[in-house]
Design a protein around this ligand. Structure first.
Ligand code: UN1
Length: 494
């Protein structure tokens, strides 16, 4: 019998009011059951929100540098438990150990970076137009924050949301993705070990339609942060709009790497392989289009296909593996459908294209790294987010054309260009419509000390990470202190 996990509410592990649990299985081996996780209801969410609401009363009064000490401890514990958490994450999500270690490391980096922010959280002081008066702005906490998180970065993304919210003085209720609750449960254990006061962070497991919606609708929740598909994000934005509830959305991408004819091709190829097939293509920053200058197209494609065919696919717990399975049967099905769409649209399949179902692969959701050549910029495989190891190669004749093709999508998250020409690099930085642009690096691998997010349908104007995330988790208060001892009227001539 698989181990039963519970919700984490008010510092305790609490069974769901429904009494229902769902199996969490290993996508590389469906015989391996990680555990049974709650299928919770609104009742559980309301309980968690009440607990966060109570905890807020004390938490926001703790000085921010002291709140930072908790995060420092969380960083230390995550460092000690990094390997254990990475292994559980590989088992429940499928990405290879090297990457799940990286996922935890991103959480560790965020913990230490955010702990330091406890001594900054800068406001402004400005001159006033009146004598003997002082003016400043300070950041105020907002109360209870709700977080709805995806399965592709089961630790890193929750930490991007939780830690800035906490250092700002807020308390949190978080829902893990239904496919990856075990990693987040371990993060709750870390909070427990760090002796974070009960109720400051609460986790409720369950579906988006039950738990997610109950978090959004609860009137005591003052912020919603969501990472996931554009389709769900739009629905959340509508609901939050009606409730006048600030919402931060991180959604899809259709990221491209440009390879110019003057690029270091070896470097560009390595970038494309890592960007397209790392995490089995399941990053919102994944490279799903390769825009190649026609002078180097044949050389690039030949080598790319050779290298992609050489990738070792299998269970990510085996250190020799390059690419793990898809996270679920459903995701694999979607990707296979897109491969069929690509073929029907007339793109040329030059590598992979199928599910791997025999031999060692029978019990997992494995799929081949897939490359389409002769893709036209308007084809669906060049427009829609596939979220799998499928790369569309588009040929262009100039930098202008390359950037036009890159921008020709509804999304604008990550982008990359390989060139040795500094003038081209700077033009690309100026003209590419995306939240992130890499010069001579792949589209994946953002660091936590810069803003993360995108333009167009990728987001709704907010950013995670860096220093800008605090604009979401705090409210500004402008403070005027008049020490003249008399009534002074601003804007009134005397
Ligand atoms: C995501 O793909 O959802 O920049 C997040 C990166 C990682 C985070 C990706 N640091 O690729």
């Amino acid at each position: 019998m698989a181990e039963k996990y519970n919700n984490f509410i008010g510092g305790e592990w609490v069974a769901p009011s429904t009494g229902e649990y769902v199996e969490n299985i290993n996508p590389a081996n469906t015989n391996d059951i990680i555990g049974l996780f709650p299928r919770s209801s609104k009742e559980d969410v309301d309980r968690a929100v009440d607990s966060a609401f109570e905890a807020y009363k004390k938490w926001h009064l703790i000085p921010a540098p002291k709140r930072g000490l908790y995060l420092q401890r969380v960083g230390d514990i995550l460092t000690r438990r990094k390997e254990e958490i990475a292994r559980v994450m590989t088992r429940e999500m499928g990405k290879i150990l090297m990457e799940t270690r990286g996922d935890v490391q991103e959480g560790i980096d965020t913990a230490y970076y955010t702990a330091g922010e406890g001594r900054r959280l800068f406001g402004e002081t400005v001159p006033t137009e009146l004598p003997n008066k002082f003016a400043m702005s300070v950041r105020m906490p907002v109360g209870v924050c709700g977080m709805i998180t995806p399965w592709n970065f089961p630790i890193a993304i929750p930490t991007w949301k939780l830690f800035p919210a906490l250092i700002s003085g807020n308390t949190c209720v978080i829902k893990p993705a239904t496919l990856t609750p075990a990693s987040l449960a371990l993060l709750m254990e870390v909070f427990e070990e760090a002796e974070l006061p009960p109720g400051v962070v609460n986790m409720v497991c369950g579906t988006g339609s039950e738990v997610g919606e109950a978090i959004i609708d609860n009137p005591k929740v003052n912020r919603i942060s969501f990472t996931g598909s554009a389709e769900v994000g739009k629905r959340i934005a509508e609901r939050c709009g009606a409730l006048l509830k600030p919402v931060s959305l991180e959604m899809g991408g259709k990221n491209a790497e440009i390879i110019m004819e003057d690029a270091n091709l070896k470097l560009a190829l390595e970038g494309a392989l890592w960007g397209a097939f790392g995490t089995t293509g399941q990053r919102c920053t994944a490279t799903s289009r390769l825009i190649v200058h026609r002078d180097v197209h044949d050389e690039v494609l030949k080598e790319l296909v050779k290298r992609a065919r050489g990738l070792k696919i299998g269970d990510g717990l085996d250190e020799s593996i390059d690419m793990g399975p898809m996270v679920s049967e459903e995701q694999r099905k979607t990707v296979l459908e897109y491969i069929e769409i690509g073929k029907r649209e007339g793109a040329k399949l030059v590598c992979g294209g199928g599910a791997l179902t025999t031999g060692n692969y029978t019990r997992g959701f494995f799929i081949e790294p897939t490359i389409f050549d002769e893709v036209k910029p308007d084809m669906r495989i060049a427009q829609e987010e596939i979220f799998g190891p499928v790369l569309s190669v588009i040929t262009v004749g100039s930098l202008e054309e390359a950037i036009d093709v890159l921008n020709n999508t509804q999304y604008g998250l990550s982008s990359s260009i390989y060139t040795r020409d500094v003038n081209r690099a700077f033009r690309a930085i100026r003209d590419i419509e995306a939240g992130i642009t890499y010069i001579n690096g792949p589209t994946i691998g953002a660091e936590i000390q810069l803003p993360f997010g995108g333009v167009k349908d990728t987001g709704n104007g907010h950013r995670e990470s860096g220093t800008t995330v605090y604009d979401f988790y705090t409210e500004w208060k402008s403070v005027y202190i008049d020490y003249s001892g008399r009534l002074q009227r601003a804007q009134i001539d005397t």
